[in-house]
Design a protein around this ligand. Structure first.
Ligand SMILES: Nc1ncnc2c1ncn2[C@@H]1O[C@H](COP(=O)(O)OP(=O)(O)OP(=O)(O)O)[C@@H](O)[C@H]1O
Length: 233
């Protein structure tokens, strides 16, 4: 069994009379330490898949396995523990606490987990050694995203899940964030999943899962991924 397994996962959203099938039998696997890109057009079901994988939402059918454990069988309480210890999230709009400094934002995550990385050390790793005392409003978008990545990494997560992490950033800044994620994957062995609508990013991934109309269109392994600095779009 792979590190991450989705087996025929179904998710439906009911709104009055209408039911939307946001995941219509999704099956894929991801190996430990891979950099995986999930790509697809808007509304394809990417966020739905990421939210289910991260234990933020439950599924209506199928099974999910992460590191040998069946996440789809977890109780509500077990899901909280799973999110707290096993998952790091990076969002499009950073989701930092505005009245805390960069360092305090990272420490906030460290406080809720078992063997956190040192906040200052992880901020240095993401290139923010000189900005630890700054508040989010004093940082650029790219720097705020680096704080968010540091906050996620401080937990030493089994899975780092990133939902359109460059969606709010300009081209060069977006590239530097993707490079940071790719380097983190290589240097720490963290399994990283990035969702994006940008198909140009697929050469940088070890594994590409294409989603369309709530289903997996293809899954490909890439034995020679391209460093993101060599990709243009
Ligand atoms: N909480 C919800 N309630 C109702 N419908 C939802 C909900 N979340 C998602 N959907 C619907 O499920 C489908 C898949 O949405 P999802 O957000 O997973 O797509 P996506 O691929 O991430 O799109 P985008 O790139 O635009 O974020 C869409 O039709 C969406 O409208």
């Amino acid at each position: 069994m792979a590190f991450v397994e989705f087996q025929d996962v179904v998710k439906e959203y009911r709104m009055g009379e209408v039911t939307i099938r946001a995941a219509d039998g999704i099956t894929f696997s991801i190996e430990k330490g891979e950099f995986c890109v999930i790509v697809g057009p808007s509304g394809a079901g990417k966020t739905t898949v990421l939210n289910i994988l991260g234990g933020m939402d439950s599924c209506d059918g199928g099974k999910i396995w992460v590191d040998g454990k069946e996440v789809s069988a977890y109780s509500r309480k077990e899901l909280i523990t799973y999110r707290r210890y096993d998952i790091g999230f990076v969002f499009q709009f950073y989701n930092l606490v505005q009245n805390l400094t960069a360092k305090e934002n990272v420490e906030l995550a460290s406080q809720i987990c078992r063997e956190p990385e040192d906040a200052e050390e992880v901020l240095r790793q993401v290139g923010l050694g000189e900005r630890m005392k700054n508040f989010p409003a004093q940082l650029s978008g790219g720097e705020q995203q680096r704080v968010a990545i540091a906050r996620a990494l401080a937990k030493r997560p089994k899975l780092l899940l990133c939902d359109e992490p460059t969606g709010a950033l300009d081209y060069e800044t977006g590239k530097s964030i993707l490079k940071l994620l790719q380097d983190t994957c290589r240097n720490t062995g963290t399994t990283v999943v990035v969702i994006t609508h940008n198909t140009a990013l697929t050469p940088m991934a070890d594994r590409v899962i294409k989603i369309k109309n709530s289903r997996v269109r293809s899954m490909e392994k890439n034995d020679a991924p391209t460093p993101v600095e060599r990709i243009e779009w």
